[in-house]
Each structure stands twice: as structure tokens, then as C-alpha cells.
Design a protein around this ligand. Structure first.
Ligand code: NAI
Length: 338
């Protein structure tokens, strides 16, 4: 699988910094629709082969995400092999030099374990990186919250549910989840929330009228929509079989813990909005800034709702899981004539 994905990529650069021994891989999967976009992940991979398998899969996922978000961009990704004693500055500068070498065919930014400080090291070596600088693309997490809301409202229509009658369980009240809770509360949606940080829960209870629930209740509370905004892999086999929700729509990446959970949930009639459609707000805002220095209007993010609607109606008509339909739609948009 990873061999064929490797072959699909337009460019793969495996790089090493001799002074520090830091190792990284930068993969450009596709520039068919425009320059590749993808963040930098730092992870303790067991081997360079494991890092390679991850980077090519993540880069391809970005190609699909861009196609569905209708941005003139393609998929890429960078990974750093994390090790005890890693010289982080050297590792991120190495990625920066590699990105610069790609001459604007790849733009990068944050991903798992990459902080704003790390990105400043990258920015010392390349222009093609989104940092939190004042002249940057703006509040990307807010764009993600706005996009999740747009997808969630399209899901509500599919479920025949008005916002004022809706109950949403939000897991994770970080930058994105809190933004979602605020926006849902404004529409009169009833929300139940959980976060491992008590202050964040208290903030949502006080400001948005949320009900606090404990960790176990997150996937056991009857609701219209479960909104995972914390971690990936939340839809395990057990959750897929038992989640008492009619739909799922949130920001967390890679929500399915295994390959069968999507079909299991579809068979149970639980409508799951693909995460890479719902959480594309930051990509849209960041890519349009990188490529056109364009500050997007909120309406641009509403297209996430339109794509969600198209995918859910195709899913219903063909009786296939939304994620299957979404990948098909992405492939259509990637056809040469498109
Ligand atoms: P964040 O780090 O600001 O917030 C995550 C929140 O989840 C924190 O409040 C944390 O305490 C909480 N949390 C961690 N473990 C938990 C658990 N077991 N139960 C309940 N809460 C838990 O992250 P952010 O930026 O809000 O992102 C949320 C998710 O959305 C992540 O999975 C991220 O990969 C994804 N995402 C974020 C984007 C963005 O623009 N920030 C874009 C696309 C995806």
C-alpha cells in the first residue's frame, strides 16, 4: 500500500542534517490543482520506513481535502523523526531548507507536535510557511470552527432537525471546540460538553449554557450530533456499534479507529460527516492567503456546508457511507479535465 502511494507522489525528499543527525521527509503528493499544502508532523517513528508510510498517506489525504475544499492547491506533508535528544531547531530548519528548495510548490504549517515556536525556525529558512505573524493568514482555528458549524448545519438539515431543537455533544473545548460551542449556543442549540481541562468546561457552562458531562458520558449521551473536537480515532468498533447519536460532525482528524467503523455506522443509520470536509476551514483560509494574499469572506467557508450537503445526499441515494462518497467526489475533482 505505502509503495503504491509512494509511487503516486510527485516528489519525495528524504533529508538529513549531518551536524545534528535530524532526519525528515517532505512529500508532495499532487500539484494538479495548485501548489501542495500540508503541515509538519513530529513523531517518534520506529524507522524511516514507518515515517515514509505515514508521510505519503497524510500527503494524499491533503490532496483529497484540497479537492473537496475547492481550493487551488494540492496535497503534501512533512514529517520529522522524533528521538530523545533531538535538536528541534536543527530539525525544523532542515525542513525549512527543504521546503525552500521546492520553490513554492509546497507550503507548510502546523500539525501534530509542531508549535508556533517550531514554525518560526522553519520561517528562518523559507517563505513558504504559515506562522502566527501579524501579517499572516489570521485566526485559522476560528475558520475551522466556522467550517464545522457550516457542515453541522447541513447535517442538521439531513437529519430534519432545527437548530433550536438540536442537542450536540462537544468533545474537546480547545481553540476549535470552544469556537464551535460559542457558535452553536448563539443559534440556540442545546450543548453538552467535556474537556480534560476543567476551566474550559467551566467557561462553556458559564458563557454558553452548556451542560458538563464526564468522559464516559461523551459517547453514551443521547444526542442529535456528536462533535469530536479533541482527538482522532474516537469512533472505535464499540463506539460505532453503540453511539446514541443520529450524526457525527467535528474537527478532529482521522476519527475512525479502523476501516470498518464507517460502514458499521452507516448501516446503523448514523450519518458521519467526513472529518476532512468539516475541518477544512483553516486550509481554505491559509491556502487562499498563501496563494492569493486573499482575506476570505465568511461565505467562502459556507461552501463546506454545500459540499457536506452534496456528499450526504449522494450517500443517501447510493446507500454508501459518506466517506466513501466523499473520496469518490474528490477523485472526480482530480480528473485531468476538471
Ligand atoms: P486544541 O489543542 O486547541 O484543543 C484540543 C482540546 O481537546 C483541548 O482543550 C484538550 O484539553 C482537549 N482534550 C484532549 N484530550 C481530551 C479528551 N480525552 N477528552 C476531552 N477533551 C480532550 O486543538 P484544536 O486546534 O482545537 O483542534 C482540535 C482538533 O481539530 C484536533 O484533532 C486537530 O487536529 C483538529 N483540527 C484542528 C484545526 C485547527 O484549525 N486548529 C484544523 C483541522 C483539524
Amino acid at each position: 500500500m505505502s509503495d503504491s502511494l509512494t509511487a503516486e507522489c510527485e516528489r519525495i525528499l528524504v533529508v538529513k542534517d549531518p551536524a545534528s543527525s535530524a532526519e525528515a521527509i517532505v512529500a508532495v503528493h499532487s500539484t494538479h490543482l495548485g501548489p501542495a499544502h500540508g503541515g509538519i508532523r513530529r513523531w517518534p517513528y520506529e524507522s524511516l520506513e514507518a515515517a515514509m508510510a505515514d508521510v505519503v498517506a497524510l500527503a494524499r489525504a491533503m490532496t483529497f481535502k484540497c479537492a473537496l475544499a475547492e481550493v487551488p492547491a494540492g496535497g503534501g506533508k512533512a514529517v520529522i523523526v522524533d528521538r530523545p535528544g533531538l535538536d528541534r531547531a536543527a530539525a525544523y530548519r532542515l525542513v525549512g531548507r527543504t521546503v525552500e528548495q521546492l520553490g513554492g510548490t509546497f507550503f507548510t504549517g502546523p500539525d501534530v507536535n509542531t508549535s508556533a515556536e517550531d514554525l518560526r525556525w522553519v520561517a528562518e529558512e523559507t517563505r513558504f510557511v504559515a506562522t502566527d505573524a501579524a501579517d499572516g493568514p489570521g485566526d485559522l482555528a476560528a475558520a475551522t470552527s466556522e467550517g464545522v458549524l457550516s457542515a453541522l448545519l447541513a447535517l442538521a438539515i439531513e437529519l430534519d432537525c432545527l437548530p433550536a431543537q438540536m442537542h450536540v455533544v462537544v468533545q474537546g473545548l480547545g481553540a476549535v471546540g470552544m469556537g464551535c460551542a460559542a457558535r452553536l449556543a448563539k443559534l440556540g442549540v442545546r450543548i453538552s460538553v467535556h474537556d480534560v481541562v476543567a476551566d474550559r468546561v467551566a467557561h462553556a457552562v458559564t458563557n454558553y449554557g452548556a451542560v458538563a458531562i464526564d468522559a464516559d458520558a461523551v459517547t453514551q449521551t443521547e444526542c442529535d450530533v456528536f462533535a469530536p473536537c479533541a482527538l482522532g480515532s474516537v469512533l472505535t468498533e464499540d463506539v460505532a456499534n453503540n453511539l446514541p447519536a443520529r450524526g457525527v460532525c467535528g474537527a478532529a482528524n482521522n476519527i475512525f479507529a479502523n476501516d470498518t467503523a464507517a460502514d458499521q455506522m452507516h448501516r446503523r443509520g448514523v450519518v458521519v460527516v467526513p472529518d476532512f470536509i468539516a475541518n477544512a476551514g483553516a486550509l481554505i483560509q491559509g491556502a487562499l492567503w498563501n496563494l492569493k494574499q486573499e482575506r476570505i469572506e465568511p461565505e467562502r467557508l459556507a461552501r463546506i456546508g454545500a459540499t457536506t450537503k452534496e456528499v450526504l445526499s449522494r450517500s443517501r441515494a447510493s446507500d454508501r457511507a459518506p466517506i466513501t462518497v466523499a473520496l469518490e467526489l474528490a477523485r472526480e475533482r482530480l480528473q485531468p479535465e476538471h
